[in-house]
Design a protein around this ligand. Structure first.
Ligand SMILES: Cc1cc2nc3c(=O)[nH]c(=O)nc-3n(C[C@H](O)[C@H](O)[C@H](O)COP(=O)(O)O)c2cc1C
Length: 183
């Protein structure tokens, strides 16, 4: 069992990214991982924007990152990049905070063409932060995620693609716990 932090960078209370993360959390629990959750929008804005890492809520959030073996970083695509909330929170992390952790980016967006935002925006930022075990992750079109109903819903094709991405994430987490064998 590993400990996984799911981080949502959507500012919306009714968020498709959060629906995607809810399915992600269900998958992680099914795989018997411990799941920690962080919605950056719930953090105190004033402390977040002035990088007050002594604020109890920010300290707690940074502690969640430290505890986690793996991170799922989920963002809506905003103006062909990740959201400002994702950036504001990740900028609080000390150098090397993601080193040795398995990290998967997830994104939702309205335009298939902005799938590339994962490659030229979210992934490079995570790499620059020292994420040395970065798995591919997944981009899901917003029209494949429904907000209606309790917890929302996802189209089965999108869910299948997310499960493939999560399987890669789970395999990388498993490999992290296996000791190298010299025979
Ligand atoms: C301010 C704003 C900017 C957006 N910019 C883009 C964009 O550049 N490319 C894109 O594919 N979708 C864009 N979208 C659509 C969102 O990424 C998409 O609807 C996403 O699923 C919203 O996630 P959320 O419900 O979790 O906030 C934008 C939405 C907003 C509100």
């Amino acid at each position: 069992m590993s400990t996984v932090l799911t981080l949502s960078g959507s500012p919306s209370p009714d968020s498709r990214t959060s629906v995607l993360l809810r399915h992600t959390q269900e998958w992680l629990v099914d795989q018997e991982h411990e799941v920690l959750t962080l919605h950056v929008r719930d953090l105190p804005t004033s402390a977040l924007l002035v990088a007050n890492t002594e604020h109890p809520a920010i300290r707690h959030a940074l502690g969640l990152v430290r505890r986690a073996d793996g991170l799922i970083v989920a963002s809506p695509v905003y103006r062909a990049a990740y959201s400002g909330l994702v950036k504001a929170f990740l900028d609080l992390l000390p150098d090397g905070a993601l080193a040795g952790k398995v990290v998967a980016p997830l994104a939702t967006g309205g335009t298939q063409g902005h799938l590339v935002a994962m490659d030229y925006s979210l992934r490079p930022m995570l790499s620059a932060m020292g994420a040395d075990n970065l798995v591919p992750g997944c981009f899901v079109l917003d029209r494949l995620i429904q907000l209606a109903g309790e917890g929302g819903a996802m189209d089965s094709s999108a869910l299948a693609a997310v499960h493939v991405a999560l399987s890669q994430f789970g395999a990388a987490l498993g490999a992290r716990h296996r000791l190298p064998v010299v025979a």
